[in-house]
Design a protein around this ligand. Structure first.
Ligand code: S3P
Length: 166
């Protein structure tokens, strides 16, 4: 079982990924955390010092290391599915699950953690909502290529096991 969790910042990929991995006896990984470990700096620092293009390269390279792993859930950063044909690669190499949230839900979730997210760090609340709405529109065509789409309002700790063992 190889599961790639995708979706916008604040959609709960890390939260649900950890819970579901534990329930399903799968390993949990977080793509951002793996990149931070390798680069020995935070995603925010990588964006500041190396630029977004560099981060996207690292993201794609780190993703490719999962071709020879098994039995895992990988929480991917919000942009991971939207660059370098990564969504195609994920679909060819495992099961993609899109955690679908609307702009207002995302706004509430990310407001408290803005500083750890370089793309939204310096925006006020109104700008943030506008940014989320625009980016969601732009990214939806990538996210919606996922094999499974789950509405974040309907998730619980058994969602994944029910899905896998109906
Ligand atoms: C990003 C989302 C972040 C992180 C980086 C860029 C994006 O991950 O990869 O800040 O482009 O949406 P989360 O979705 O885990 O916040």
């Amino acid at each position: 079982m190889k599961i790639f969790l995708i979706g916008f910042m604040g959609s709960g990929k890390t939260y649900w990924g950890k819970l579901w991995a534990e329930a399903g006896k799968l390993s949990f990984f977080d793509l951002d955390a793996l990149i931070e470990e390798q680069e020995k700096k935070s995603v925010t620092k990588i964006f500041e010092e190396n630029g977004e293009a560099y981060f996207r390269q690292q993201e794609t390279a780190m993703l490719s290391t999962f071709s020879n792993k098994e039995n895992f859930i990988l929480a991917c950063g919000g942009g991971a599915a939207c660059f370098n044909d990564n969504i195609k690669w994920m679909n060819e190499n495992g099961t993609t699950i899109y955690l679908k949230a609307n702009a207002n839900q995302i706004l509430e979730r990310v407001l408290s953690e803005q500083n750890s997210r370089p793309l939204i760090k310096n925006l006020n609340k109104a700008e943030l909502l506008f940014f989320i709405e625009q980016k969601l529109k732009e990214r939806e065509p990538f996210y919606s290529q996922a094999k499974i789409i789950l509405d974040t309002k309907e998730l619980n700790d058994k969602t994944l096991s029910k899905l896998l063992n109906p």
